[in-house]
Design a protein around this ligand. Structure first.
Ligand code: SF4
Ligand code: SF4
Length: 447
């Protein structure tokens, strides 16, 4: 850690961005500290602030108790003095983390760390630099999964976003298909309390032949019934989150990313369908020093790739089927646009890992294996090819979301022997293969 006391001007501790990100120390910008005498975090590294509560012990451990807080940037009794209100001892606990430059007195909101005018900083968890309005960009998310090890290098947090242009019968995340919140219903969990019948304003719940039936044709996913269902048979999937809220969650595992080479992955669904949200989230994550991945179906306008490319370290690009007509049959669209996007993205210099779901009885054919090998030879800068054996975890989810009709009934899980043969054949042909997909792995196959 480099500590450079800015003694001439403020007496505060100035820590270089890089070291502070690693050590969990406060990052103080020279300029603002000199002017205000406050602890001011430079916007780029401000997200480090979110780690402060968990790293507080470590920070205090580094600062001898007999030094004054003007020397250390911390009070001798260990109080959090970052916010003027807290330093005076009269700030509510909810006011933690206000670290923006400029006048601090008008910034009572928790977690506001962007530079610029404080009067606009009313959002919680705003962490992007520049305009506040962008940092508060909201998106529709259905899960934030920590400790993911299958969505890019290292330990990652995967943000699953709603909305997908494809309709794959083997989809492991069918709850992502609709861009809106949707009602998940698991009748096997129902204990027959009848609350949903009473609560639903549209009478979407009914008993038919002594079976509890949900009429999805009239359900508007308002969530009234789910709120009352204590058996968790009914749940709303999908909620709006701001960029700040998502990053707040993602940054909880920063130490794990640093030690494993991990970071944040956007998945779905197709994350680029929420391009404004994805763009701000990725840019903010990069500013926080995170490695970023985007898991994409490739079936979007190429312009969307151009918007996020500067903020993405690695694209996880799905390639599901070589034959265009089979592709349409399995996913609802042909693969021409996907291939065109893949080639354009490759030629732009982006890092790409090609992810190929292997589904028994559908695309586990020699001509598709040949197609993958040929494609890889045409794209020499591919980071790697990954073979993802299909598993059945998504089948139950299709039923829960009322999408049974999409299910590829009985599509067999490919044998491990087949997976190994594919990997061996690709490697024999000089293709770099990332890992050796396990049929027992919980890793989903395809988007
Ligand atoms: S509220 Fe839940 S447990 Fe009660 S009847 Fe409805 S689905 Fe079943
Ligand atoms: S989500 Fe709303 S409309 Fe749909 S079944 Fe429940 S209460 Fe009725």
């Amino acid at each position: 850690m480099q500590r450079r006391p800015c003694a001439a001007k403020s007496g505060n501790i100035v820590v270089s961005h890089k070291c502070a990100a690693k050590s969990g120390n406060i990052v103080v910008s020279h300029k603002c500290a000199a002017k205000s005498g406050n602890i001011v975090v430079s916007h780029k590294c401000a997200v480090v602030w979110f780690l402060r509560p968990r790293l507080g012990d470590r920070t205090q451990g580094r600062i001898p108790r007999d030094r004054t807080w003007t020397e250390t940037g911390m009070p001798p009794d260990g109080r959090d003095i970052s916010h003027p209100a807290r330093r005076d001892g009269d700030g509510p606990d909810a006011e933690r983390g206000c670290v923006a430059s400029g006048s601090c007195t008008k910034a009572p909101q928790r977690g506001c760390v962007a530079s610029g005018s404080h009067t606009k900083a009313t959002q919680r968890g705003c962490v992007a630099s520049g305009s506040h309005t962008k940092a508060t960009q909201r998106g529709m998310v259905f899960d934030v999964q920590r400790f993911s090890i299958h969505d890019g290098p290292g330990i990652r947090t995967t943000v699953f976003m709603k909305g997908c242009p494809l309709r794959c019968g083997w989809c492991h995340n069918p709850e992502s298909m609709s861009p809106e919140p949707a009602l998940s219903f698991q009748p096997e969990r129902c204990i027959g309390c009848g609350q949903c019948f009473r609560k639903c304003p549209r009478a979407a719940h009914a008993m038919v032949d002594e079976r509890h039936v949900l009429d999805r044709g009239i359900c508007r996913a308002c969530g009234e019934c789910a709120t009352e269902c204590h058996a968790k048979a009914l749940e709303i999937v999908g909620k709006e989150m701001s960029v700040g809220e998502v990053l707040d969650e993602v940054l909880r595992d920063l130490p794990f990313y640093e030690t494993s080479g991990g970071g944040m992955t956007l998945s779905g669904g197709e994350p680029l369908m929420q391009i404004a949200f994805a763009e701000v989230l990725l840019r903010s994550a990069k500013e926080a020093g995170l490695h970023t991945c985007v898991d994409t179906s490739g079936s979007v306008d190429y312009g969307l790739f151009e918007r996020v490319r500067p903020h993405v370290d690695l694209f996880l690009f799905d390639y599901k089927e070589t034959d265009p007509e089979r592709h349409r049959e399995y996913t609802g669209v042909t693969n021409e646009r996907i291939l065109a996007n893949l080639r354009a993205l490759h030629d732009s210099g982006a890092a790409i890992r090609l992810r190929c779901p292997l589904v028994g009885g559908l695309n586990d054919r020699p001509d598709h294996l040949e197609g993958i090998a040929r494609l890889a030879s045409e794209l020499p800068e591919l980071e790697a090819v990954e073979i993802l054996p299909y598993h059945r975890l998504g089948e139950g989810k299709l039923a829960r979301m009322g999408l049974e009709a999409l299910a590829r009934a009985g599509a067999p899980v490919p044998e491990q022997r087949t997976v190994d043969e594919w990997v061996d054949e690709l490697e024999r042909r000089g293709v770099k293969v990332a890992g050796r997909g396990r049929t027992s792995s919980a890793r989903p196959a395809g988007s």
